[in-house]
Design a protein around this ligand. Sequence first.
Ligand code: COA
Length: 616
Amino acid sequence: MWNNITSCTLWRLSPSFMASRIQTLTPLFIRNYKDFCKNKHTIWTLRNSLCQVMKKTVPTLKCNTIPHRFLSNKARYGQYTKTFPVLDGSIPSVCEHVFEENLRNSEACIQRYSELLCKVSKGGGENAILRHTQRNKKLLVRERLRMLLDDETFLELSPFAGFDLPYGDVPAAGCLTGIGKICGVWCVFMANDATVKGGTIYPISVKKQLRAQQIAVQNRLLLVYLVDSGGAFLPLQAELFPDQSHGGRVFYNEAIMSAMKIPQVAVVCGSCTAGGAYVPTMAEETVIVDKIGSMFLAGPPLVKAATGEDISPEDLGGASMHSKVSGCVDHFASSEKEAYECVRNIILTLNYELPPEETLEYDDPLYSAEELLGLAPRGYSYTLHIKPILSRLIDGSRFQEFKAEYGTTLVTGFAHMEGHLVGIVANNGELTHDASLKGSHFVQLCSQRSIPILFLQNTAPHAPEPTSLSQAEDHTNRLKAQASMMAAVACAAVPKITLVIGGCYGNESYAMCGRSFDPNFLFLWPNARVALVDSKHISTFPQARDDDCTGDDSELMHLKEKLEEESSAFHSSARLWDDGIILPQNSRKVIAQCLTIMKQQKYQIASLQHNPVIRL
Ligand code: COA
C-alpha cells in the first residue's frame, strides 16, 4: 500500500491519519489507540521507524525535509532555526550623520512620550484623585488592575488616546484598556477612570471601548469590564449617542460577543448611570461592591425632580438592592478586594484549557536595541536600510529571506521573535511593481502556512506625478501590483501586526496593512509620521480655489504647519488610529507578547464554527 504513495502525499497526510495507519501497521505493539496517542514518545519513535521504512520504499524522501508542522517544539525552535542566515546589522560609517540626526529626533520624541505618560498616570488631577479616594473611598484604576491581574506585565493599549482633542484633554480617554493575565488566561480589560470627569464617556472613550471589544473578538479573548462611570458626557451627547458606531454599539457588541461564546465579566465598582448601567447588566456575570457600586438609569437627583421622593443611591440601586431584589448582578462583594478575587474565581469556571507551559528557546538579537533610536527615521529622507533594524528585532538576528534579489524595495522573509515564527514584510524603499508582487506572493505563503505576519511599515510619501507616457505606464502597472498586494493582505487569514517605524503615507500604507486593513494590533514608533502626503510635498499639489482659499504663500505655510502637526505619531494616537506608541527598544518585547496573546485562541473550548457573524 505504501509503495503507491509518493513522499509528497505522505507528508500532506494529517497526523491523525498517520496515527491510524501506524496503528493498522503495528497491531501487536499498540492495543489501545488512546494510550498510544497519549504517549508522545512512542508516536515519535514509531513515526521515525515509519520514516525508515518509507526511506526504503520511497527513495526520494529525505529526513531533513520534514515539514515544519510535524516537528516537535524543540526541533522547531532548536537546531533547525539556527540555520537561518545571520543578518549583517552593522551601520555603515557613511550613514553616521543620518544616524546622529535620527538619534536626536528620537530622543526629543521620547521626551514628549515620557511627559505624556506622566500626565496619563495623573488621571483627572490631584483634586479628582482626592475626591475619588478620600470622599468616595474608591481605589484608583491602576490599583484595581494590580489586584485583578496576575502581574503587572500587562499590555496597555492607546494610553495617549484623548489628548489635545478639539474638546480638550481627556487623559487616557477616561478609560484604561489593555490585555493582561487573570489566572493564567489572557483577558482584555476595560476600566473607567472616574477621576476623569466622573468616568463619563466622551466620543473618544466610545472609540476606545469599541476598539477593545474588537481586539477581544479578533483574538478571541475574554473581556473584563471595571465599571465606574457617570454615563454619557452630556455636553457632547450628539457626538456619542445616535450613530451606528456610537455608545449603543458597546452594548450591541456585548450581546454578539456572548453569542460568539466570548465570555464577559463586569465589576460594578462605582457609579453606573444611564447608558453606563447596560455594560454590567449585559455582561454574563457581574459582581457589585457594597457601598461603592450603584446602578440606575436615573440617579437620586432625577428621581427627586420627577417624583419628589428623596432616596439614597444605595436604596435606589446599590449592591444589596441589585443582588437581592432586582437580580441585575450575580455576586455581592463587601470590598473591592473581594470583588476582584470573585472575578478571578469566575475566570476559573470558564472551562478554559490553558496552553501548556511552553518555554521557547531563543537567542537575543546580536545587535543592541538601543541603536534602533538612530535607525528610526526622523523623516522619510532619513531612512536607512531596513536590515540593521531587522537585525535588532529578531532572534539571533537570523533571517530566512524570501526573494532576496527581486523587488528589493520590500524585504520579506521568516524569523523568530522570542521563539515565535513570524513572516516579516518590511518597506525598504518605494513599493514598486516588483516589490508589490513579491509582497503578495509572500503574504499568501504566510497565509497558506498559518504563520502570523509582522509588517514593518515605512511607506514613501506620494510619488511625483508622471511626466511622460512611459512613466504613466509604470504608474499603472505599479497600481495594479499594489492592488494585488492589498487584496492578498486583506484576505490573508492569519494574525497580522503592523508596526509603523517611519512613514505611514498614502495608499502604500494600505498594502502594508494600515488600520483600515484590520491588523490584530497596530503600533507606532514615536518618530512615525501618519498622513496622506508629506507636508514637504504640499507645494507640488494643486491649490483648492474657492472664496476662502487664495492659495498664497502664507496660506500654503499655514497648511504645511497644520499638516506637519497632524502627521505626528502623538496626533494619531490621541485619535485612536492605532493601538499605541511603543518605544523602538521595547518593540521586540511587545510584538512577542502580542504573538503569545494571539496564540491563546487555540486553547478555547468554544468553537469558531456555528457562530453568528459579528460586524464591529
Ligand atoms: N456629563 C458631564 N459631566 C459630568 C457628568 C455628565 N454626565 N457627570 C459628572 N460630570 C462631571 C461633574 O460636573 C464634575 O466636573 P468637575 O470636576 O469639572 O466639577 C465631574 O464630572 C465629577 O463629578 P462629581 O459629581 O463631582 O463627582 P462624584 O464622584 O461625586 O460623582 C457621578 C460622580 C458620576 C456619580 C455624578 O457626577 C453623577 O451622578 N453624574 C450624573 C450622571 C448622570 O446622570 N448621567 C446621565 C448620563 S446620560
